[in-house]
Each structure stands twice: as C-alpha cells, then as structure tokens.
Design a protein around this ligand. Sequence first.
Ligand SMILES: [Zn+2]
Length: 464
Amino acid sequence: MGDAFSSSEDFQNLKSLDVPVYCQEELDKDIEREVPEVDNLLFLGRFGTYKLNCGLTVGYISGRITDYDAMYKYFDGKIVDILLTFQWPKAIAREKKLTLVSNEKLDPIVSMVQPRYHFAVGTDSGKYLERDPFKWKDTTRVTRFISLAKYGREDKWCYAFKIGLSNSEDQHLDISSENPFENQIEEPEEEKVLKRSSEPDSVSKKRARLVDPSTCFFCLSNPKVATYMIISISSSVYLTVAKGPLTFPRDELNFSGHGIIIAISHVPTLRSGVEDQQLSVLNSDFYRDILKYQLALIKMFQSIQTTNYCVVFFEISRSSAIHYHIQFVPIPTELIDGFETQLHKTCKKNSEMYPNNVTVQFEKLDETIEEDKSKLESIMNDQEYILFTVAHSESKYIKYIAKLPKEGTVDLQLPRKVLSYLLSTPKRSQWQKCVQPFHVEEEEAQNFRIKFKPYDFTMNNTII
Ligand SMILES: [Zn+2]
C-alpha cells in the first residue's frame, strides 16, 4: 500500500521475493519513478483489476488518476473482492472528520464494485483506521474498510485476514453499522461552497442541492447535529461554537470565541425567514433575536480584562444557500483599524485569482446616518449580499455590505479569508484545516457557556 517506490534503494540489492508482492503508486507528485525488476514483485499501475491465482479479484486505484471518466467506464459493472486505493473515499473520511485524506471521486467506484475488503492509506505517512463492517442494500455483500499507517509506525501498519472465494460467511454477520455510501449526510455548506468556487464552471454554476432539514447540519431536527456545541437557544435563532475555529484561546479568553448564530427555521436567508413579506426584515422578531445575541456577545467579549476586543460578524445571504447563519469572531481592538484595507485587498486578490467569479465590492455604511440606514435596509430586504458588521462597542457598529447578483459563483470563504489575513493567520482561512478533536470542541463549548451565561437573555438573572 502507499508509496512503494519512495526510496528505490530499498530495492537495489533485491532480486526476488519469496511471496508475491503487489504494489501501486502514491499521490500525483509529477515524479515518474522507475519500477525495479524483482521476481514476484508486481507493479499494478494506475487503476484496474487483477485476478489472483486463487480466484479472488483485486481492484486498485493509485493516487495518480487524472482521467476519471476512463476509470468509471472501466469499473462499471465490475465487482471486486479486495479494493486497494491510496486515498480514502469521502463518505468514510467525512464520518471521521478527515476529509483531507479523501477523494470523493472514489465514492462511486466503491459503490460500484462493493469490495469485501477495502484497504487504503490516506496520506504519505498513512493513517490507521478499521471501520465497522457495513452491508450493501439488496445484496448479501459486506464491506470492511481498513486504512493502514506507514511501515514501521506506531499505528497499525499491517493487517492479516482470511478471505474465501464466496462471501457466504458474511451473510451470518450481525451488522449494525450504517452504510456511509447509502446514507450520506450532507456536507457543511462551507465545505461545499469552497469546492464550488475552486472547481470548473460546469460545477460552479450548479445550484446547491436541496437539503432536507433531517440531514441539514444546522437544523436542530437533524439527529446528527452537534448538540454539544450549542451555547444557547432563543425562539428564532440559536448560538453555537464554530467547528474549525479561526481564532485561538488567548489569556483570559479560554475558548476560541469563534461562533455562529443560526436560524432555527430551515431557511436560506433572513428575508425568507420573515413570513410577512411586507414587513421590513429589520423590524422582525427574527432579526431582533439576532441583535440580542449580537449585543450579548459584544458585552461578553468586552468583559475580558486581558485584551480589548471588537467583534466582527459576517454573513452571506443568498437564496441558493442551505441554512441562514451569521458567524462571529472576536478581534483584538489594536488590529481592527486594518480591517477596511484588508477587506479591499482580499477582494482584489480574490478577483485576480478567480476572474470568473462575480465581482464583490463593499460599501461602508454607518447606521446612525439615516441615508446609510435606509440603504442597508433596502439591500437586506430585497437583495442577496455579503455583510460584515464590525462592532467597536455596544453602540458603535460599522457595516460593510456587498450586493451579489442572483447568478454566478461567489467565493463564500471570502469573509473568513479577510479575517484570517487581518489576524496574520492566513493558513487558518479554511475551516477544514482547523478542525479540533472532539474533547477540545466540547471543552471550548463548556468554557464559552460559562462566560456567556451572565449575558444570555434567554435565561433568568442575566445582566442584559
Ligand atoms: Zn437546516
């Protein structure tokens, strides 16, 4: 498994092997390696199937695939006993929150060939995982997924197993684990959008798939929603800590502080969450709840003694979105003066990097000025937009809003990029790279809850 030829020295003095060894390539690194000529060593190539003398069929896919259509055509209608891939299929990686070791293009292949054993490595250094076996609908086939670590590592790097020609023994197994390929949970919106913005036009122009509340990551009715991250719930919105937070705990602030205000209803925008279409969204109970949380958060962050914080809220309101939410991040006050420059800089850089995306231009609005307020209200009522609210204090809010056309691709990572550059942590601009272990998420949520409690307007005895 993995990169068999990373060091050709291993093979220098080797002329033959006692048992047949089958090997394949690693990830696409633009390096053509020479395959050593050793008896009993068989190099499998990019993708294909191989029938062993005993009659078992092995399917293999290296990390170097470029022509996926050819691969799909090749595997169509084939069933294999053992499948070897370099990367993990995404359906399994997502369950383990390790999507970076996966390639979603493998998923249809796994569903097609329904291997009895599927071995992978995921990364150059390998990653050990043995997933519970799962069944395929309308068949007696059972798949076991095993990922192995690199040879010699502390984690398990070898695996012995017994496999017969027929799968009759599998039929008596008591399998309770869900098939991740048949019961796919919807990926978080940000992840999907990130992909959309970096992929070719044909993909980017597609609208988001319809997501049912029972599978939506932000819907409380979804049994898989991360309830341990919830801080507070009001009648229209609720508050959670963010997965893969942009910021770090600092001094007295013993949690990252990056969180999300989420609509309780499964609605894509603020406007669509206000039933009375004649009513301005700014006068709705929905928006009032949001404002209450915003004010409570500003007060909470300003109660931190060791650092002065501003709070930046950001949201993207598009009718093609899945579930309306507003993110927020505490920003040390000493950095906030650089916000506007950074915003324009990031927009400029983004439009150079993604010339086919829609042009995003922000306007600065001060709600205390009547003209600005009505402009803001009109956009929030009738348009699609990206909005930053920079809260310097309980009474000073500056808004930066960019109108968006209904069609076209928008880099929905833009707000996070702006803030990650402002904080001089550009590597944290992708949330997937910042995902924390479960126990850290749980601890941060608990610390947040304690700090937020005196400001939580949904509870009695609050300061507000
Ligand atoms: Zn939802």
